[in-house]
Design a protein around this ligand. Sequence first.
Ligand code: SF4
Length: 223
Amino acid sequence: MANKRNYQKELDGVIESLNGKVPTLLLHSCCAPCSSYVLEYLSQYFQITVFYYNPNIYPPEEYDKRVLEQKELIRKMEVLHPVSFLEGAYDTERFYQMARGMEDLPEGQERCFGCYELRLREAAEVARQRKADYFTTTLSISPMKNAEKLNEIGERIAREYGIRYLTSDFKKRNGYRRSVELSGEYGLYRQDYCGCVFSKREREQKKGTILQDGKDDNRGKRG
Ligand code: SF4
């Protein structure tokens, strides 16, 4: 069996090879809480544009809320190299087309891999247009996201577009824990479902079951 890759070590290697140069990075972000640690970490080495492209998010009010939080975080955060913000299109139809036939799958399965790909592909497109040195996503910080799949998709798209993808597993080195701390420090809104209508429904069903069981439901914060 092939050895499991250590994406954090690979990222360390890339950062070491920069030798003090500060390349540009197009960083796809799913939400402010997930981006908090990634920005704190990577802004030491890269000039970052946060690319907010998440047509999966439902409902539109939730989308607006997450965009606002993202902008606020960038405004407030103390970073070594400047971070800018770019919003992609909220083209929800693309997401629903991708998800067709997979609406009832639980989070973490094929629909999610399609969702990663949709967002990474758009990030690659924009990275190429803007001639960014690298592109990547904050998504691997979440314990609910499959880092192996994310990196596999990111690397495949990078080859297709002829650009460089930064492999990552940001949950390593306590990245997820740090993102929770930073979310507290900056008073960020942390949602309790991944983002799409299907994950919202799944979360609500779970909540219903938990409440019926009479257990406390002070769980499930994510992002
Ligand atoms: S659960 Fe999350 S990753 Fe999966 S399809 Fe929905 S929004 Fe995308």
